[in-house]
Design a protein around this ligand. Structure first.
Ligand code: ACO
Length: 428
């Protein structure tokens, strides 16, 4: 007989099914709780709530494990390309050579954005934040591809929407960057792979750049792979919940971009470098800033430290730290801000405050350092995170649709005023 949990309310006992995942994770299924008992559960911040059953990403925060479709992140980061990982996440299997070729072909033939979209780029003030632009521009793709709004799309039509958003995002991201510089846009080139094309459109000064450094292409692939999915985090849950109302893929991804923007989520990579710059301008006294982070009367937090689920180490941070050291050495970069980062990390890792609270550098502590070394401006960092997270959002959105999940609609415990009579404005 399968396991059940028992819930006692007053003198009544209810049996609740226990669900077990393929990695042995257990959950008490409360989906019929309100109908059976009249009660709901209260879990602010969803710290204990499984919102779905998913076969995409597994992570164990205590053991520091992260796997995409069963493949350890360490192996994927070392051996695969970002596009191979995107295929794996979206379609469930690593592609064969043929499948990868066809996927790359499809992607490279949908990289152009409609020329009319240039007016949108021109309309944004040049200093406006790239994440706000990205969210708006991705949502506006729905205006150019209205077939994506059609309910009951065939699998082929749905796949085309997936290919389009995946193919066009690097072009949009690069053009946001070019616009911020006031430089001409560089068009995508079919002959380049996904990542090289992106780097060419971003850093190329001519219409074609033939010498994108392989060290940079490889670092970019690693960074994008490490960010590609992270199960039901804030932005991914947003994508699923927006998609659950049968919104189109562009609107759903755009909502995920907005959720990622916040400094407690994807925005942390920008905050890390800004924090390091602030420490540098203040004289570089890391002990002083560590003390501020520990002081409960001071709102300052050490950005890039701590994680909601990883409580021993962030496996992505381990991989990225090595990539970070490699790239700084290979590019011969000597930057005082990066020295401050190393010092801060060293001090924090030995400090009982951080040890007791299991606060370790997360992926964002190092990603910002690499992006800076590659020459990206700080406010582009979170956009690069979004570029990496895109296949994960797509895979989760697709899975939610395939599972025919109901519209996401949490309950609440109301704590406001009860019955009140309307008072005329003159008598208030
Ligand atoms: N600096 C100083 N103290 C911290 C930090 C930090 N970065 N993070 C947590 N703490 C302390 C808290 O003050 C709290 O201390 P207390 O128990 O004495 O009150 C304790 O550690 C637990 O912190 P919570 O906020 O309860 O932990 P939670 O799991 O809710 O938050 C979060 C995780 C949001 C990531 C948090 O650690 C944080 O704000 N970190 C900085 C921002 C950051 O780097 N975000 C990126 C996350 S990774 C990603 O999105 C890819």
């Amino acid at each position: 007989m399968s396991e059940t949990a028992q819930l006692k309310i007053g003198d009544k006992t209810y049996d609740l099914p226990v669900i077990e995942g393929s990695e042995g994770e257990k959950a008490i299924d409360i989906s019929k709780l309100r109908d059976q008992t009249g009660y709901v559960t209260l879990d602010i911040g969803y710290k204990n709530t499984g919102a779905t059953q998913s076969a995409i990403t597994f992570l164990d925060g205590e053991l520091g494990i992260l796997k995409y479709r069963g493949y350890p992140i360490e192996q994927l980061a070392a051996k695969s390309s970002f596009i191979e990982v995107a295929y794996l996440l979206i379609y469930g299997e690593l592609p064969t050579e043929e499948q990868l070729k066809a996927f790359n072909f499809d992607l490279s033939h949908h990289t152009l954005v409609h020329e009319d979209m240039k007016k949108f780029f021109d309309g944004f003030p040049s200093k406006s934040h790239p994440m706000g632009q990205l969210s708006s521009l991705v949502c506006s793709l729905s205006a150019f591809y209205p077939e994506s709004l059609k309910q009951n799309q065939t699998p082929e039509e749905l796949n085309l929407s997936i290919i389009k958003v995946l193919a066009k995002m690097p072009t949009i991201v690069s053009w946001i960057y070019k616009k911020s510089l006031g430089h001409p846009y560089i068009y995508p080139q079919n002959k380049y792979d996904y990542v090289t094309n992106f780097l060419n459109m971003t850093f190329g000064q001519r219409t074609e750049v033939v010498d994108i450094d392989p060290v940079i292409v490889s670092a970019m692939n690693t960074l994008l792979i490490l960010h590609a999915d992270h199960e039901q985090n804030c932005s991914t849950s947003t994508v699923r919940i927006v998609g659950s109302s049968a919104s189109n893929i562009y609107a759903s991804v755009s909502a995920g971009i907005s959720a990622l923007w916040g400094p407690l989520h994807g925005g942390a990579n920008q905050e890390v470098i800004e924090m390091l710059q602030k420490i540098q301008e203040d004289g570089g006294d890391t002990d002083k800033w560590i003390a501020k982070a520990k002081d409960k009367n001071d709102p300052f937090r050490l950005m890039g430290f701590g994680h909601r689920v990883y409580k021993n180490f962030d496996p992505r941070a381990k991989i990225i730290k090595k990539a970070c050291d490699d790239i700084l050495e290979k590019l011969g970069i000597d930057d005082e801000v990066l020295e401050i980062a190393k010092k801060l990390e060293e001090v924090a890792l030995k400090d009982p405050y951080f040890i007791e609270r299991k606060l370790y550098p997360n992926v964002d502590f190092y990603s910002g350092i690499i992006y800076r070394a590659l020459g990206f401006p700080t406010d582009m960092f979170t956009v690069l995170f979004a570029l990496g997270r895109l296949p994960g959002w797509i895979a989760q959105w697709k899975e939610m649709k395939e599972h025919k999940e109901p519209i996401g609609r949490p309950r609440q415990i109301y704590t406001g005023a009860t019955n009140r009579d309307y008072v005329d404005i003159k008598n208030r």
